[in-house]
Structure formats: C-alpha cells, structure tokens
Design a protein around this ligand. Structure first.
Ligand SMILES: NC(=O)c1ccc[n+]([C@@H]2O[C@H](COP(=O)([O-])OP(=O)(O)OC[C@H]3O[C@@H](n4cnc5c(N)ncnc54)[C@H](OP(=O)(O)O)[C@@H]3O)[C@@H](O)[C@H]2O)c1
Length: 369
C-alpha cells in the first residue's frame, strides 16, 4: 500500500496539518481492464449525476462517457463561459444543462432542488487562468460551496478531477486544489480524487510551429522532465469507473496513460519523424526562465500587469522542471513505475492522427497548466 501526504500547507491555514491518505495499492493500479473493455462490460445501474466543469476538455469527455454508460447527467454550466457561449447544448447533447452562476451557493442550492435527488457529484471544474484569485475562487471556494450544497441535497459520493502536480505544491492553484481535496477527504462523502498526469492538448502545442519549419523548443536538454500522457477519453473512462468501482473509492488516485514515460525530447523526435524531417531543437536554459520569472515577480510588485505575467512564468518554470509522475519522497525521485497506467490511447497515436489530418489539433481554451 502506498501513502501520500495531502492537506493544506502553511500558507493556506497558518499551521501544518497533513494527513496520511491511502492511495491505491500498486497491485491494484494496473487494473485488469482497459477503458475500451469497460465500455462494453456489464453496465452498473444508471445513476443521477451532477457534473461541474462540463464545458471543459475533460468535463465534456466525462459527460459523453457517463451518458454512454446510461447515467442520467445534469450539467451546471456558467452563462457566458468560454465554451458555454459557443455550444454548450450541442457539446453536451443527451445531458440536461442548467445555466447559472456556479460560484453562487444560492443558485447552486436552487438548481439542485426541485427535480429529484442526485446520487453523485463529479467535478472537472478548474480555474481557466490559474491566477491566484481565480484559483482560490474556483478550485477551492466554488468547490467547497458545491460540496456543502450537494451534502445538504443528500449526495453521497463525489469524484474530483485534480492534478498530479499537487503532490509537490508550489503554485497558488495547486494549494487551492489541495485545500479542497482536504475538505472532501474530511467530509463524510465517498470520494475519489483523480490526479492525472499530462493531457494530450498540453503536449500538442508545438505541432503547428513544427509544420511551419520551426524547431521544437525544449528546456535544458529536453530530458529534465517526463510524463505518462493520458487521453481525454481514457481519463473520462477512469472518472466514470470511479463512480462505479469500489476499489477506487476513498482514495487519492494518481493516474497516467499507457506505456512508458515520455520526455519532451522524445515528443519532438517523434513529431519530426512523422513529418519526415531531421529533428531540430531550440534549447532554452532553465536558468533563463528562472531569471525571467524572478524579474517579472519583482516588477509585479510595482506594476500590477506584470504580476500576471510573473504568475504565468512561475507556472512555466514549474512544468519545465517537474515531472508529471508520482514522486517518491524516500528516493527524492519521480517514479514512472509507481505511476499507474490506464486506458489504451497513446500520445504518439494522437500525434500521428493530427499530422495526417485525421483529427484536428483542438486544444480548447488551453491554459499552460
Ligand atoms: N492540462 C493538463 O495537462 C492537466 C494535467 C493534469 C491535470 N489537469 C487538471 O485538470 C483539470 C481540468 O482540466 P481541463 O483541461 O478539462 O479544464 P478546462 O478545459 O480549462 O475546463 C475548465 C472547466 O471549468 C469551468 N470553469 C472555470 N471557471 C469557472 C467559473 N468561474 N464558473 C463556472 N465554471 C468555471 C469551465 O467553464 P467554461 O467553459 O464556462 O469556462 C470549464 O468547464 C484542471 O484542474 C487541471 O489543473 C490538467
């Protein structure tokens, strides 16, 4: 059995209060089914599920998966949100969509009542900017309110989409996510906290510049970090499994996609091979990124507009130096073998389909984290 420490840090609560939480045993991690198999396996009895963040990349995929499994899905989306403005109804076809201010507990309570009880709450909602104020408002406060409202309405289970990077928190949005994880763990709801590694969209940002003949940009030698990318559909399947599989209940669940961990260098090499070109890299020293982040941070103290840029630079620096794999505090190393795999879709298949034009490189309203 493995354990991770979760809980707010000093900045959040003024005191250190970590709690050991059971994570999935390594033997359980390589679940004996793939996402494709589960889709056709015996379906559990349909449940009534309330989904937050349904208009996001993983939220929309999760809604599709829940509907495929014949659950009744009700999505609370904000009016005027980035995707909601465009095509929430089309995107979430088959689900009931209720539009309002998801951050307003009164609206939430009202929207929750009146049409029968919900069995579970699934949240893929997250700050789109990652800026401190937005992160605390969405990743913490809106979730805390939704949890309270859901509990009052009799909901007994919650599946939360979090992120693997919260295991080594340095950024405000990571602290906000951790603070809510703790609230959820301490609630009496059955919970599954899903901490995925990198999404395909986050690793596909350089395809267009490579097509234009530009080099692939890496930090350092391009091997400083690695991750086990997971596709939107596989992650959505995993989230749906969390509702249904008791082995995934009351656990913090780091999760990656199939296969070995991949470095940025390998991503670039594979893309060049698909394009039939010699690999060409531009190496950006991490020290330069650090100087930029610190410089902008200094300027941000006097020029508010610079503070936002500094926050973005810090996020960039974090991902340039931290792997999206389970971190082993004993060895002080990221450990790909301790990072569970789920699903069947690979990043390289995805790259191949994008390059061949079989799918679009739709990265949504992508943010850097
Ligand atoms: N990118 C990665 O590689 C990666 C890896 C691991 C974990 N994660 C984590 O995965 C999570 C979800 O990622 P994603 O890419 O699916 O997110 P996303 O596409 O940015 O979607 C965010 C969702 O939250 C909603 N939301 C944001 N602010 C809101 C507000 N003020 N009121 C109501 N709804 C609001 C958005 O609604 P609108 O459509 O209305 O804006 C959208 O539905 C994040 O927590 C992220 O940290 C990401």
């Amino acid at each position: 059995m493995r354990y991770v420490m979760v809980g707010p840090n000093e900045e959040w609560s003024g005191f250190v209060h970590f709690r050991l939480v059971e994570t999935v045993a390594q033997t359980d991690l390589h679940l004996t089914y793939t996402s494709r198999q589960t889709a056709s396996a015996n379906l559990p009895s349909p449940r009534r599920v309330l989904v937050l963040g349904a208009t996001g990349t993983i939220g929309a995929a999760t809604v599709r998966e829940l509907l495929k499994r014949r659950h009744e899905v009700v999505c609370f989306v904000r009016g005027g949100g980035i995707v909601a403005r465009r095509n929430a109804v089309e995107l979430l076809q088959g689900a009931e969509v209720r539009t309002g201010d998801v951050t307003d507990p009164q609206w939430l309570a009202q929207a929750c009542s009146g049409s029968g009880p919900f069995d579970a709450l699934v949240s893929c909602m997250a700050s789109r900017t990652g800026e401190p104020e937005d992160a605390w408002a969405i990743d913490y406060k809106a979730h805390a309110d939704a949890l309270a409202v859901a509990k009052d309405a009799g909901v007994s289970q919650m599946v939360l989409l979090s992120a693997i990077c919260v295991q080594r928190p340095q950024l405000p949005f990571q602290h906000a996510k951790l603070a809510f994880e703790k609230l959820l763990i301490d609630s009496d709801l059955t919970y599954s906290i899903v901490r995925p590694t990198a999404f395909f969209k986050s690793l596909s940002g350089q395809i267009d510049r490579l097509k234009r003949g530009k080099p692939f940009v890496v930090f350092g030698d391009g091997k400083l970090t690695s991750c086990k990318p997971i596709s939107d559909r596989d992650l959505a399947c995993y989230i749906a499994e969390c509702l249904e599989d008791p082995r995934l209940h009351n656990k913090v669940l780091p999760i990656g996609g199939p296969g070995d961990a991949i470095t940025p260098k390998q991503q670039g090499e594979y893309l060049f091979s698909l394009l039939g070109r010699e690999p060409r890299f531009r190496h950006v020293p991490v020290a330069l990124l650090r100087v930029i982040a610190e410089g902008l941070g200094g300027l941000g103290m006097v020029i508010p507009a610079m503070a936002k840029k500094a926050a973005l630079a810090r996020i960039g620096l974090y991902y340039a130096t931290e792997s999206m794999l389970v971190f082993d505090p004993k060895t002080g190393q990221f450990d790909q073998s301790a990072t569970p795999s789920f699903g069947s879709e690979t990043l390289f298949e995805h790259y191949s389909k994008v390059i061949k034009g079989e799918i679009s490189n739709d990265r949504g309203a992508h943010s850097v984290f």
